[in-house]
Design a protein around this ligand. Structure first.
Ligand code: NAI
Length: 332
């Protein structure tokens, strides 16, 4: 059965990397029909928002979307497109697999970790105000329900994918109530998964440990802010943001997207690395049960990176987005 998927082309490098991912999926044998939408700066004037309501309606209908990055206009009162999407579709789990690829220069060899970031609350709930001209206040929301959902998602993933350990990351020594609730909930959930090792680490120590010995970590689960920071940091361990895919998953919908943004500094130059969105499409195909097509694409990407003949500039090469994409297609 052909599956309809919402395709959000984004702005900046979005349309370029999106086209690459679409081409690769179309050649992979997967049975996907795209419902395509422009988003971001190109639609801002017409709709007054970078992500108009009809796109959200399309995701609600199709239940699955592949999304390219969208610029968040600074200082114009817009809430981030991504925060809006994640909240309005209750995509509570942000999942980012981070692993080393043969052929890509990095200081580490065997990094293979997956970050589960809570996606709907914490300081990203957007509740902030000025108390007076000199003092601003941001409210950090942590609920037992959202913490439970994300920690369970991390453990279920560990079981399903043969992972050995889940590490909860927090700062409960200082934020005793909010992060304390997150940590207690994680400890409670862990008791139901006797075969998976569980540990908790304070976020500052975690940052150091990830830089020193990233190979020691497997599945990490954490509130929104720490997840945002640590997943970008972890992408630096394996060669950069251009390689890290992501999924935003809720009970009723899922949006797959690269960890990186719209990279305005290289937009329109046929220079962007499309690996992250292509690997996000791989996660999407697995979610849809198209495992054969997903595995084929993943192997093709790994082979092109390993050969090193067509690497984009962020990985030290000089291949264009198109050349890199053609190389992947030729390996399918
Ligand atoms: P960014 O991720 O767009 O860029 C950071 C650096 O990494 C830049 O030097 C860029 O050239 C490079 N880079 C990123 N992706 C690359 C790729 N695929 N290939 C080669 N190089 C790549 O982060 P930045 O500059 O902080 O954000 C730009 C805009 O993107 C902002 O408006 C931000 O709000 C938005 N953004 C959107 C996201 C989304 O839609 N999911 C996620 C993160 C940021």
């Amino acid at each position: 059965m052909t599956r309809k998927v919402t395709l959000i082309k984004g702005d900046g490098i979005g349309p370029e990397v999106c086209e690459a991912a679409k081409k690769v999926v179309d050649k992979s044998g997967a049975s996907i029909e795209w419902e395509e939408f422009d988003a971001g700066t190109s639609v801002l004037e017409k709709y007054g928002t970078p992500i108009p309501e009809h796109i959200i309606e399309s995701i609600k209908k199709n239940k699955v979307a592949l999304k390219a990055p969208v610029t968040t206009p600074v200082g114009k009162g817009f809430r981030s497109v991504n925060v809006t999407l994640r909240k309005s579709l209750n995509l509570y789990a942000n999942i980012r697999p981070i692993k080393t690829y043969a052929g890509v220069k990095s200081r580490y060899e065997n990094v293979d970790l997956v970050i589960f970031r809570e996606n709907t609350e914490d300081l990203y709930a957007g509740i902030e105000h000025m108390i007076n001209d000199e003092i601003a206040e941001s409210v950090k929301i942590i609920s037992r329900k959202a913490s439970m959902n994300i920690v369970k998602a991390a453990f279920d993933y560990a079981v399903k994918n043969g992972r050995k350990k889940v590490t909860a990351v927090h700062k409960a020594n200082i934020m005793k109530l909010s992060d304390g609730l997150f940590l207690r909930t994680a400890e409670e959930v862990a008791k139901d998964y006797k075969d998976i090792e569980f540990e908790s680490v304070i976020v500052d120590a975690m940052s150091m440990k990830l830089v020193l010995n990233p190979e020691d970590y497997d599945v990490l689960v954490m509130p929104n802010l720490y997840g945002d920071i640590l997943s970008d940091m972890a992408s630096g361990l394996i060669g950069g943001l251009g390689l890290v895919p992501g999924a935003n998953i809720g009970k009723d919908a899922a949006v797959f997207e690269a960890a990186h943004g719209s990279a305005p500094d290289i937009a329109g130059q046929n220079k962007a690395n499309p690996t992250a969105i292509i690997l996000s499409a791989v996660m999407m195909l697995k979610y849809l049960g198209e495992d054969a097509a997903a595995d084929k694409i993943e192997k093709a990407v790994e082979n092109v990176l390993k050969e090193g003949k067509y690497l984009t500039c962020d990985l030290g090469g000089n291949a264009t987005t198109d050349k890199f994409t053609e190389a992947i297609i030729s390996k399918l």
